[in-house]
Unconditional design. Structure first.
Length: 237
């Protein structure tokens, strides 16, 4: 169906594409290259697959930039339900994007240290590898900060979906639970890092709410007449 006739399907397509790029950057690449607790092995892996590492950095930047358009597409879809909540949704997700952009400087710094160079010749390789590992850990902590906003934007989104009347209410509830999960995971990583992995495993069912939502939009979409009806109903109220 044409995306003009079904804006929900267009929003879902953007959401899925941005998420695939993000998974590649945040999931596949680190799991392939980073050896936790072993700076030398991590440096060797990255230098042997430098193109993959650079693709991960580029993918993260592209994926975050794409989320601006995801937010705008969702705004266009849901602004008729409640424009204030839709604006808050966009604001919260857009705030996280500069954090993620700047966070990639940590990955770039790690790569510079690993590759060495004339100005780093006075620093021994083991020290450079250790410093590079520090920047990679800082990169992970940067995502911890962004996770707060990854959770907060799902609260107005979930509320909009719940009240929309053209999307299933269970998706709105599930998105709200995903929002709580992201916030709890972020705070756990800051306050009780020893429990981060355990909390992450407990939160996984909630995180699937976003996947269910984007797939619903992509497959089922949201019909314009349903959007109009919901908007008219809200205006009348």
């Amino acid at each position: 169906m044409n995306s003009i006739k079904n804006p929900g399907r267009f929003a879902g397509l953007l959401y899925v594409l941005a998420s695939i790029v993000g998974f590649f950057a945040m999931g596949y690449v680190p799991n392939k290259l980073i050896v936790h607790g072993n700076a030398a092995a991590t440096a060797n892996n990255i230098l042997a697959s430098e193109t993959l590492f650079r693709l991960g950095i580029a993918s993260e930047i592209i994926g975050q930039a794409a989320f601006i358009f995801v937010a705008l597409a969702l705004y266009d879809l849901l602004k008729g339900v409640n424009q204030r909540h839709a604006s808050l949704m966009v604001l919260l997700i857009v705030v996280s994007i500069p954090i993620a952009f700047l966070n990639e400087l940590n990955s770039i710094a790690a790569l510079v240290l690993m590759r060495g160079g004339d100005f780093l010749s006075i620093v021994e390789k083991p020290q450079r590898d250790a410093l590079a590992m520090l920047f990679l850990k800082l990169h992970g902590q940067g995502f911890v900060v962004a996770e707060i906003f990854w959770g907060l934007w799902l609260f107005p989104l979930g509320l909009l979906v719940y009240r929309s009347r053209f999307l299933p209410r269970f998706l709105g509830i599930w998105l709200g639970l995903a929002g709580f999960a992201w916030v709890i995971l972020s705070l756990t990583a800051i306050l009780l890092p020893q429990y981060q992995n355990r909390v992450d495993s407990y939160c996984q069912p909630a995180f699937f709410g976003e996947i269910a939502f984007m797939l619903w939009l992509l497959i089922r979409g949201a019909k314009p007449q349903a959007v109009s009806a919901a908007a008219s109903s809200t205006a009348a109220a």
